[in-house]
Design a binder for this molecule. Structure first.
Ligand code: SF4
Length: 368
């Protein structure tokens, strides 16, 4: 895997900067401001996206702010330039989901992913702009999705991977009825400066416990477990070298104003003395295809990041699993992109794989 691919596998779009919640760990800088994406930005992005979707599966992920805070009429106008072959996803806090939104999701065939951190007592960081707990509103939105038969994924932030937590979370998400679960150990990035270092064995045990819970009732696709199993199977089959894509997925994030940040949505909206606003161009001035093609040569931080990926390849035994990604985590933890290990990659790559392997070692069939 070297360099950046010319065609992404998906595009992230920010229909509004606004979020109606104010979660303690949120990384978004302008979440109290309602800056909506003009329809012209969506039109400019749709032009290459429609071609990519005609050649194979392609997704647009609407990710705010809170995308539902955009309002149905404006979101419909932003969706209009995209061909029916394009798959649309929203990442939502679910608090605004009502009957009308469920009908909207069905009419536009939008796949829904809900951010919820487990049972009520694990959602203490999820609060409204007035500082009140948001959990009841999140659950009300999820119940509305279920009543309408709208399938959904769940994304869970774990701030404290304590013993017993993984089993508790897995039981919760089984009851919640999601089909896919992603677990993010909280990250130090953007406006969230809280530390995310944890004792190594505690995090390994968290992932091992999650695998054990999943194996007892594997009804949910758990994103991290599936990544790990795919990698370990490839290692055992001797095909691990072909598992990583040949080039990094550029993952363009198109901010509300049309500016494009590659590789890490979390960098959008930030400024740096060396790197400015991290943007590689604006779709209102330059086609997205040209922005991606020129990224490594014209965006100095991207070139610095590619040096960091090469440093990972040269030094890290987990590179074949991880691919050395996570530009924003490098920047927000180290202030540079050409570093290697971060607390994020320790928590979510290294200790994840160690946890899966620990589970496998602890549950080997005994010799007869
Ligand atoms: S686990 Fe960390 S150090 Fe290793 S390749 Fe990934 S980002 Fe680089």
């Amino acid at each position: 895997m070297r360099g950046i691919a010319q065609v992404p596998s998906y595009v992230v779009m920010q229909p509004t900067t606004l979020c109606n919640l104010d979660c303690a760990y949120c990384y978004l800088p302008f979440r109290s401001a309602d800056r909506k994406m003009p329809v012209g930005v969506a039109g400019a992005v749709a032009e290459p996206v429609n071609r990519w979707a005609a050649d194979g599966r392609f997704s647009v992920v609407w990710h705010g702010g809170e995308p539902l805070a955009t309002g149905r009429d404006h979101l419909a106008a932003l969706l209009a330039p995209f061909d029916p072959a394009v798959e649309h996803h929203v990442q939502t806090n679910a608090t605004l989901v009502d009957d009308a939104w469920c009908e909207f999701f069905a009419a536009h065939q939008i796949r829904v992913s809900v951010s919820v951190d487990g049972p009520r007592e694990r959602n203490g960081d999820r609060v409204t702009r007035g500082g009140r707990p948001a959990y009841d509103r999140i659950v009300r939105g999820i119940e509305t999705l279920r009543r309408h038969g709208v399938g959904f994924s769940a994304l869970c932030v774990v701030s404290d991977p304590a013993p017993g937590r993984a089993a508790e979370l897995y039981r919760y998400f089984l009851d919640l009825g999601c089909d896919v679960l992603g677990i993010n150990i909280e990250e130090t990035e953007g406006t969230n400066t809280r530390a995310n270092a944890h004792p190594a064995q505690q995090v390994v045990d968290f992932w091992a416990e999650l695998v054990a819970a999943w194996r007892q009732d594997p009804r949910i696709h758990v994103r991290e477990i599936e990544w790990s199993l795919r990698y370990t199977e490839a290692v055992l089959a001797g095909t691990a070298d072909s598992l990583l894509p040949r080039q990094l997925d550029p993952i363009p994030t198109v901010a509300y104003d049309g500016s494009v940040v590659l590789l890490s949505p979390e960098l959008a909206g930030f400024q740096d003395a060396r790197h400015g606003d991290f943007s590689s161009g604006n779709v209102l001035a330059t086609p997205l295809t040209e922005i991606i093609a020129g990224a490594a040569s014209r965006t100095p931080w991207v070139a610095e990041f590619l040096d960091g990926v090469e440093a990972c390849r040269a030094t890290c035994p987990y590179f074949g699993f991880c691919g050395g990604a996570h530009a924003a985590n490098r920047y927000f933890e180290h202030g540079r992109f050409d570093t290697t290990e971060t607390d994020h990659c320790r928590n979510s790559k290294i200790r994840l794989l160690e946890g899966v392997l620990q589970h496998a070692r602890d549950h080997q069939p005994s010799a007869v």
